[in-house]
Design a protein around this ligand. Structure first.
Ligand code: NAG
Ligand code: NAG
Ligand code: NAG
Length: 306
């Protein structure tokens, strides 16, 4: 049926490649690449995402923190605890979500983009309601012809003891629900395992993406990204991201931002001087905070029309 939403990561990676050859001017805020306004529709396949729209008029918005890695980097996993939010009556042509994305992309060629994603999302055109859903997603070719959300296609393998099914409704209880997601390439079978817990407790396996469904990602990842995203139609105001607050105390947060090794053990990320970077597509509408104590805030009121 549908495909989607690690699009933000695709954009970020392409931007990253385009910036690689130029000097990045660090301001007082070492994490920003300033004034990044990106047109993305030419390289993101939205044809199955928002049923009312076509590829040409969908705008993706994101406020994320990314590993500041390159194609040669070897990463085997990442984790995060996401605040979960809801929004009433979100219209069919909008998406709001937050996620962790584990990627292998070789150079700017989008067809090399392999990714697994997990997070929460309000996406009425896909789920048929304006509730918050736990979702997973994968692709092995930049969302062109492989992969899907949840278990809509063969790929993600649910384990019998899974505490939740991909696509299940989450009850956000005013942002008090915090889900912890851990994705890592298990040394025992080489597959990409997804664990879920609540507020960094009781992490339990949901299932795995077999390494055999990927090409680059069957060996390792080279980028990991965390944050928020929204999508909307050109000329329509974009929706709020996170809980709609600008990134500071009481805004949506991503916590326990750590890497994970092949035995499933997490380890801290040194953000200085260049361990992590921020990417914000529309700084008039969204932003991310500094990264401190393994966490950051993200979000904003939205309202961007292009
Ligand atoms: C959502 O829609 C319902 C039904 O039309 C309405 O009663 C409710 O007030 C709406 N909520 C918001 C926040 O707009
Ligand atoms: C988008 O996805 C559809 C459905 O899989 C596919 O037919 C189409 O070729 C894709 N377009 C691009 C530009 O990748
Ligand atoms: C973790 O599981 C234990 C035992 O089932 C339960 O008592 C506890 O409330 C759980 N913790 C969280 C944060 O859900």
């Amino acid at each position: 049926m549908t495909q989607a939403m690690c699009l933000t990561q695709v954009l970020v990676l392409l931007v990253l490649y385009s910036y690689r050859s130029t000097a990045i001017s660090w301001s007082h805020d070492a994490y920003y690449v300033n004034d990044m306004q990106i047109r993305q529709h030419s390289f993101w396949n939205h044809s199955r995402l928002l049923t009312k729209a076509n590829e040409e008029n969908i705008i993706d918005h994101y406020a994320i923190i990314s590993s500041n890695t390159d194609p040669q980097s070897i990463l085997l996993g990442g984790m995060a605890t996401l605040d979960v939010y809801g929004v009433e009556n979100l219209s069919n042509d909008k998406i709001i979500g937050s996620h962790i994305c584990v990627i292998n992309q070789q150079g700017p060629d989008l067809s090399s983009h392999n990714a697994v994603v997990a997070g929460w999302m309000v996406n009425p055109s896909y789920f048929g309601d304006s509730r918050t859903h736990f979702f997973t997603q994968w692709t092995a070719d930049g969302y062109h012809s492989t992969g899907c959300y949840d278990t809509a296609c063969a790929g993600f393998v649910l384990v019998k003891s899974a505490p939740i099914n991909p696509g299940a409704i989450l009850d956000p209880i005013d942002g008090k629900l915090k889900i912890t997601l851990k994705i890592f390439k298990n040394k025992d079978d080489g597959n990409w395992w997804l664990h879920i817990g609540r507020d960094n407790h009781n992490l339990t396996a949901v299932g795995y993406w077999p390494k055999s469904i990927f090409n680059n990602l069957q060996y390792n990842a080279n980028y990991i990204q965390w944050g928020g995203h929204t999508a909307s139609i050109l000329d329509n105001a974009s929706p709020p991201m996170g809980n709609g607050h600008w990134p500071k105390q009481h805004a949506a947060s991503v916590r326990d931002v750590r890497y994970v090794d092949a035995s499933g053990t997490s380890y801290g990320i040194d953000p200085w001087p260049l361990g992590l970077r921020a990417y914000v597509s529309h700084k008039k509408c969204y932003d991310v905070s500094y990264f401190l104590n393994e966490m950051f805030y993200y979000g904003g009121p939205g309202g961007c029309t292009k």
